[in-house]
Design a protein around this ligand. Structure first.
Ligand SMILES: Cc1cc2nc3c(=O)[nH]c(=O)nc-3n(C[C@H](O)[C@H](O)[C@H](O)COP(=O)(O)O)c2cc1C
Ligand code: SF4
Ligand code: SF4
Ligand code: SF4
Ligand code: FES
Length: 634
């Protein structure tokens, strides 16, 4: 397949659309009736999620079982098995979708494959037990459109994830793939750039810098070589937005990098991805090789004289290497340490040449903006934050997964409507946005519309899109300590405030959670946090005090309780726990004493037992062993 002109691209698209028609039409249907070969359905497709989450739950085995069963039943020519990227609802994975009746099966096991084939695919009867059950109504819901998890979502960056086969460039082309590039190459690159500016797109990697303005700056610098870098490092704990885009729709990133190259006069693209994302690496490699083979990457692209090619560079998994100057140093074979800006990469980046660095999600928006128009994009979101944002919803929430919502959606809508509320009916306590450098927001912030400015004003930040929900069982001092432990471990050590200041903060937090805190520690923490924020060299150090500062603002009473009363209300800080036996309930069975690893419990059989607090190591064994509920912890 050679695509050497825009006409050739359109010809291929026409063919490719036919193959995807069944899936496109099914997307809008929600039939209570199942399709089935015995009912006369001529062709059926089975989509089985091939994202990392579902793969970890044996989705590859499910695919294998589907293929075997289709062969055994002699119907392999009537049923396709397609492996798309993440559907988003990872909590309920592995996901299997049946086309054309749009049935959405959840939590499928490899042994369910045969039943799906015999009952649904052949017999035309849905497998009820694998349908999603609405936790509110108890009803079975058979298509994703009617699930609360999807209802308020809007998919732009994730438009092809869970839909196309990411290993087949024709499926991307069928979804208007490479149309934005082909149309852009016919226009003056300044006009294309003006569209990106007009869309209002801002960087999704954390800082929210306007993408069009960034491209404009990079364009202004003339040099024999210029580079477009895709920042695919994504090191925030719990974040998987960018990885999922690369796994599910790698061509959207490639196409966007080429458009950027055209706008800033660059011919080289570099994708910096951490080596610990093997599936994303594989899918990118396949996409790059297919694009090269058909002439969409290389010289004289679409016969226009524009040349562009892409290389993959691997990161070794250091969070700081996501910072753009550190990333560039790492690609140059130097230590992954940030440097002061200016000069910005746009002026002196990779190998000293002008370089434009963009995040994966930022790039994934570009082709959609250009095919649908900048006004369309600018009409979504809030005044200063346009379009949508992808979040990795995690923590104590019912629906863990990947979501994309219009900017301006409230935290309440995300947590309760899409996320299904707090797990186990527990009380909501806080939500951390912005990854390890973000802040913890509370109930009173739930109705703020999510955009860059509102989150910053509330003491947190958009960051790249990590969102972790916490409940009443979480200790906010420990949460601050957890995130600080991460940033201390990831600090490159180049500047003093971050290298030493964060360590001192961590020591104080450790003292407080160990029950050795003093009241003046709280003030020292606050002062130190402010100094580090103001004086650290790069974004890692400048934002690392955020979890401490936001918990000090919103949960100060918990710090005071730890220090003054030696109490951790969430029972998370071991050193502050006191185990005791209620003599009125204790039956004197001795089970706790026999299981105590510290020999801290004594007593006479059939009389109340007693715990010696001096010897107790707070392991919780007695609490879990007592069958009479006689032991309590405070
Ligand atoms: C410590 C640190 C880690 C970062 N990690 C990432 C990352 O993993 N991915 C990313 O796109 N940007 C990351 N950034 C932001 C980048 O420096 C840069 O702003 C971004 O890649 C620019 O792309 P954008 O304008 O499309 O957002 C990080 C910044 C800091 C300070
Ligand atoms: S702030 Fe931290 S990560 Fe950034 S340069 Fe300084 S020591 Fe390194
Ligand atoms: S918490 Fe552990 S160490 Fe303490 S009394 Fe119970 S079993 Fe013994
Ligand atoms: S296990 Fe419970 S009932 Fe038995 S001795 Fe210990 S506290 Fe008393
Ligand atoms: S990985 Fe399958 S739904 Fe997310």
């Amino acid at each position: 397949m050679k695509i050497n002109s825009s006409e050739a691209l359109e010809r291929i698209r026409k063919e490719a659309i036919k193959a995807l028609k069944l899936r496109e039409e099914s997307n809008d249907s929600s039939s209570a009736q199942a399709c089935g070969l015995e009912k006369g359905t001529p062709h059926i497709q089975i989509l089985c999620c091939g994202g990392t989450g579902c793969k970890a739950s044996e989705s590859a085995k499910i695919v294998e079982n589907f293929r075997k069963s289709l062969k055994d039943h002699n119907i392999a020519d009537k049923v396709d098995v397609v492996v798309p990227g993440c559907f988003g609802f990872c909590e309920k994975g592995p996901i299997v979708k049946i086309v054309p009746d749009n049935t959405f099966y959840t939590s499928v096991r490899p042994e369910d494959a045969e039943e799906i084939i015999t009952s649904h695919i052949i017999g035309g009867i849905k497998v009820e037990r694998l349908l999603y059950t609405d936790p509110g109504t108890g009803e079975h819901i058979s298509d994703s459109k009617h699930m609360n998890f999807y209802r308020k979502q809007m998919r732009i960056a994730l438009r092809n994830c869970g839909f196309i086969n990411p290993e087949d460039i024709r499926e991307y082309i069928a979804r208007d793939g490479y149309k934005a590039l082909s149309e852009s190459l016919k226009r003056d690159s300044l006009d294309v750039l003006a569209d990106i500016k007009a869309s209002g797109l801002r960087g999704r990697g954390g800082a929210g810098f306007p993408t069009g303005v960034k491209w404009e700056i990079a364009r202004k610098f003339d040099a024999p070589h210029k580079y477009v870098v895709c920042n695919a490092d994504e090191g925030d704990p719990g974040a998987f937005m960018d990885r999922s885009i690369m796994e599910g729709d790698p061509n959207s990133v490639i196409e966007a990098m080429m458009i950027c190259g055209y706008c800033i006069n660059a011919n080289h693209g570099l994708i910096y991805i951490r080596a610990e994302y093997p599936l994303a690496v594989e899918r990118l490699k396949t996409a790059i090789s297919q694009a090269r083979k058909c002439g969409l990457l290389g010289d004289n692209i679409l016969g226009t004289g524009f040349n562009f090619d892409i290389e993959i560079r691997y990161g070794a998994g250091a969070f700081v290497c996501g910072e753009e100057t550190a990333l560039i140093h790492s690609m140059e074979g130097k230590r992954g340490e940030p440097t002061l800006k200016p000069p910005f990469p746009a002026e002196a980046g990779y190998m000293g040449y002008p370089t434009n660095v963009n995040n994966v999600e930022t790039l994934a928006n570009i082709p959609a903006i250009l095919t649908k128009g900048p006004q369309w994009f600018a009409s979504i979101g809030t005044e200063k934050s346009k379009g949508t944002k992808v979040f990795a919803l995690a923590g104590k929430i019912n629906n863990v997964g990947l979501i994309e919502v219009p900017m301006g959606t409230t935290l309440r809508e995300i947590i309760y409507d899409i996320g299904g509320g707090v797990k186990g009916g527990k009380k909501f306590k806080a939500v951390q946005t912005g990854g390890p450098s973000g802040g913890c927001l509370t109930e009173k912030h739930l109705d703020i519309p999510i955009d860059y400015e509102s989150l910053a004003a509330a003491g947190s930040m958009m960051g790249s899109g990590g969102m972790i929900v916490m409940d009443e069982d979480d200790c906010m001092v420990s949460v601050a300590k957890f995130f600080l432990e991460f940033t201390v471990g990831e600090s490159c050590g180049k500047c003093t405030p971050c290298r030493i200041g964060n360590k001192r903060m961590l020591e104080i937090l450790t003292r407080i959670t160990d029950g050795r805190g003093k009241m003046e520690d709280i003030e020292t923490l606050e002062n130190l946090a402010k100094v580090i924020k103001d004086t650290a060299l790069c974004g890692l150090g400048q934002t690392s005090p955020n979890p401490v500062l936001s918990t000090l603002t919103n949960f100060r009473e918990e710090y005071i309780e730890h220090v003054q009363d030696h109490v951790c209300r969430a029972h998370k800080c071991k050193a502050l726990l006191t185990y005791s036996i209620n003599p009125d309930i204790c039956k004197g069975c001795s089970l706790c004493a026999r299981n105590c690893p510290a020999g801290a419990i004594h007593g006479e059989v059939r009389k109340p037992f007693v715990i010696n607090p001096e010897k107790c190591i707070r392991c919780g064994m007695c609490l879990s062993r007592c069958k009479f509920g006689a032991i309590s912890v405070k």
